[in-house]
Design a protein around this ligand. Structure first.
Ligand code: SF4
Ligand code: SF4
Length: 337
């Protein structure tokens, strides 16, 4: 739940993060294990290291010190981490906003009640399709209780959004998924499948041939038309149109990870520029601060990956960093972001 004070805090941290060497958002991955095995995953390596609660408290303290306003728990699957509820509470005590990314398969009413009591503000639940598809278990067919649980989360004040990966396997069903969620009052965030994963996954899920690209163009047309009609789709229309353009010319967006406005923290406290490319820029200890050298490293690394990357999450943060007025309005209403 986000009260007026939370919104004011977010707006203040966001404005401060526009200063050099300040950051705003942090993904924290307490573990890299998951109970699923999606074909397109770049986030799991099943390494045994799991963050202890004491380590988390240390990292959270240091994130607060460098200006972070939001901690978003990710993984792997963060619901497999036994300290999640207490970590949500600790995040609140350090005056940061806790948010959860989950594949939704381990959600229950009890877990949601406990998260809400500890102060969870928002949740992003993966949902790729209504029908079963070969590349993902994150479908309503696999998890028929999911929408009821999302409504329950909303009734507890947890702002909940679904997240879908638009791939060759999900393209046809994407308009129906958007319409279904919209009819239930649940916003959707849509990321286009990226080639940053294995060749095998790219063959199975990427938009590779002329026919695939036509399928993508038709789906984008449906998505942008649904958005124009008012469907609650998180990404700006330009995300989808820029992706289509990038198939004929180089990508026109610049990933804000180059400015280190968001950081990803791994299970051992390693600070990653981005989990997709696993570039480490330091360790989150008491002397960690963002330096000019880190910024130079981030800029040169992003210059290499940005032309080929279509991460919706990074696109959105770039968009909102470029549109501060919309961001402040979005933070006030929590509709747009
Ligand atoms: S649910 Fe998420 S973390 Fe787990 S395998 Fe799928 S994409 Fe990876
Ligand atoms: S361009 Fe993509 S891969 Fe590179 S840092 Fe940004 S989000 Fe990560």
């Amino acid at each position: 739940m986000l009260g007026v004070k939370d919104k004011a805090l977010l707006a203040q941290r966001y404005l401060l993060s526009r200063l050099p060497k300040r950051t705003f958002f942090s993904f924290v991955a307490p573990l890299r294990k998951c109970n699923l095995d999606c074909h397109y995953c770049y986030q799991i390596d099943m390494q045994p290291k799991c963050m202890s609660f004491e380590e988390f408290c240390d990292y959270a303290y240091n994130l607060r010190r460098i200006g972070v306003g939001v901690i978003s728990f990710t993984g792997g699957e963060p619901m497999m981490w036994s300290h999640l509820s207490e970590a949500i509470r600790f995040t609140r005590t350090k005056k940061m906003i806790p948010h959860l990314n989950t594949n939704g398969t381990l959600l229950s009413q009890n877990a949601l009640r406990s998260f809400a009591e500890e102060g969870l503000a928002g949740m992003m639940v993966s949902l790729d399709s209504i029908e079963a598809i070969p590349s993902s278990y994150k479908t309503l067919s696999h998890n028929p209780e999911l929408l009821n649980l999302i409504h329950y989360a909303k009734s507890l004040g947890i702002i909940t959004t679904c997240n879908a990966v638009l791939s060759k396997a999900t393209a046809e069903g994407m308009p129906s998924l958007i319409e279904r969620l919209d009819s239930e009052g649940i916003p959707i965030s849509i990321g286009i499948f990226d080639a940053g994963t294995s060749i095998e996954a790219k063959r199975a899920l990427g938009f590779n041939s002329e026919t695939d690209l036509q399928l993508l163009a038709n789906t984008v047309k449906s998505i942008t038309s649904l958005k124009a009609q008012g469907a609650k789709i998180v990404e700006p229309t330009s995300y989808f149109l820029d992706y289509l353009d990038s198939q004929v010319s180089s990508s026109s967006w610049i990933c804000q990870k180059a400015k280190l406005k968001s950081l990803a923290i791994g299970p051992s406290g390693q600070v990653l520029l981005c989990p997709r490319i696993n570039t480490e820029i330091g360790f989150l200890n008491s002397s960690f601060k963002i330096t000019s050298d880190m910024q130079k490293l981030a800029e040169s690394r992003v210059a290499k990956c940005s032309p080929f990357c279509h991460s919706n999450c990074s696109y959105n943060s770039s968009y909102y960093q470029r549109h501060p007025f919309k961001t402040i309005l979005g933070l006030a209403s929590i509709k747009a972001i």
